[in-house]
Design a protein around this ligand. Structure first.
Ligand SMILES: Nc1ncnc2c1ncn2[C@@H]1O[C@H](COP(=O)(O)OP(=O)(O)OP(=O)(O)O)[C@@H](O)[C@H]1O
Ligand SMILES: [Mg+2]
Length: 311
């Protein structure tokens, strides 16, 4: 495993260097999309369900950044929420607003903590490789996107490596990182978010009225992430140094949102829309709290698999 992940990173580094060099000569297969505010807005509206806060913040943050000719730092977004509520999904929506090949672009780099950096003993190697990887890719393609998944499981030493890239420096070792985008995904803060949404539901409030500062949500996410022992964040100074531009809460999904996910999967599988089937599949998912059964335990995760069981 050890060797395999090292080889993976090295092979990918070689491949990335090669493709970025060849791209300089043949700038044709992976060009940037001209940024289009309306297109991103429509994509978020049509394919993201139940996440009005994330939708609004992402739209403003990404469009502001993409249309800024001289950003003072890279865009740094931190997504928080329970499982299956759309954190990777939104990263992909952002990617397809920027790159012609969307999430499959070679300029989108995904790191999953436990997959790419599994061995504590290899930390020094990972640190060197990660630094070279970010440096190498941004120097050949400034508009690169880095997605760090399972950020709460990321070793703090690796977070310290990423930190300088997120800062306001005009250049670092001759390279400007100001056009790059970093997204950090984690479940940290998920329980706080779920509690806020549940309390608000219990009080009979409209979900759509919840805002980032409602019921001290932002402060409490911040505290939770900062204090959680398992979270690599607490040990680092990413938060303390204000390098994260936006903390974005992802709310737990309700039955109606899961149902929308089922209908979207039907369309993706070329199955004719069928309300009865959508209800059956959505009903087949677990919900919490145990009595009220309001929010989906797994969000929209495994909806596709459930759907396949029902057809
Ligand atoms: N809010 C949503 N709107 C539309 N589709 C969604 C939403 N949330 C999840 N999905 C669907 O469910 C799948 C799984 O969601 P995703 O991988 O984005 O979850 P996640 O928040 O990253 O969860 P985890 O914390 O477990 O990694 C997505 O690929 C997407 O198809
Ligand atoms: Mg995820």
């Amino acid at each position: 495993m050890n060797d395999r992940s090292n080889i993976w990173i090295e092979l990918n580094m070689v491949q990335s260097w090669y493709t970025s060099k060849t791209n300089r000569f043949f700038q044709k297969d992976d060009l940037l999309e001209p940024f289009d505010y309306e297109r991103l807005k429509t994509d978020l509206k049509d394919s993201l369900y139940g996440q009005h806060i994330a939708s609004e913040v992402v739209l403003k943050a990404v469009s502001g950044f993409m249309t800024d000719k001289h950003p003072s730092k890279p865009l740094v977004l931190s997504f928080h929420g329970g499982t299956g509520v759309g954190k990777n999904h939104v990263s992909n929506i952002i990617a397809r607003s920027i790159y012609k090949k969307g999430e499959n672009s070679e300029h989108v780099h995904v790191f999953i903590s436990e997959h790419h950096f599994p061995h504590k003993g290899q930390l020094e190697t990972y640190k060197t490789q990660l630094k070279q990887w970010i440096h190498g890719n941004v120097s050949s393609f400034p508009r690169s996107m880095f997605i760090f998944d399972e950020m709460d499981k990321m070793n703090s030493g690796l977070i310290d490596v990423i930190k300088p890239f997120l800062d306001y420096y005009p250049k670092l070792d001759g390279v400007s990182y100001r056009k790059a985008i970093f997204t950090f995904l984690s479940n940290a803060g998920g329980n706080v978010i779920n509690q806020v949404v549940l309390d608000s539901w219990m009080d009979g409030e409209e979900r759509e009225q919840l805002q980032m500062n409602s019921r001290d949500m932002e402060t409490n996410i911040f505290k939770d992430v900062f204090n959680a022992k398992s979270s690599g964040f607490w040990h680092s100074s990413l938060i303390g140094d204000h390098l994260i531009d936006h903390f974005i809460p992802f709310l737990p999904l309700e039955y109606r949102h899961v149902r929308q996910c089922v209908l979207a999967q039907m369309a993706a599988l070329n199955i004719t829309a069928n309300d009865g089937l959508a209800d059956r599949v959505a009903r087949d998912m677990p919900y919490f709290p145990p009595e009220e059964k309001i929010f989906s335990v797994k969000g929209c995760k495994s909806v596709r698999q459930k759907l396949l069981l029902h057809i």
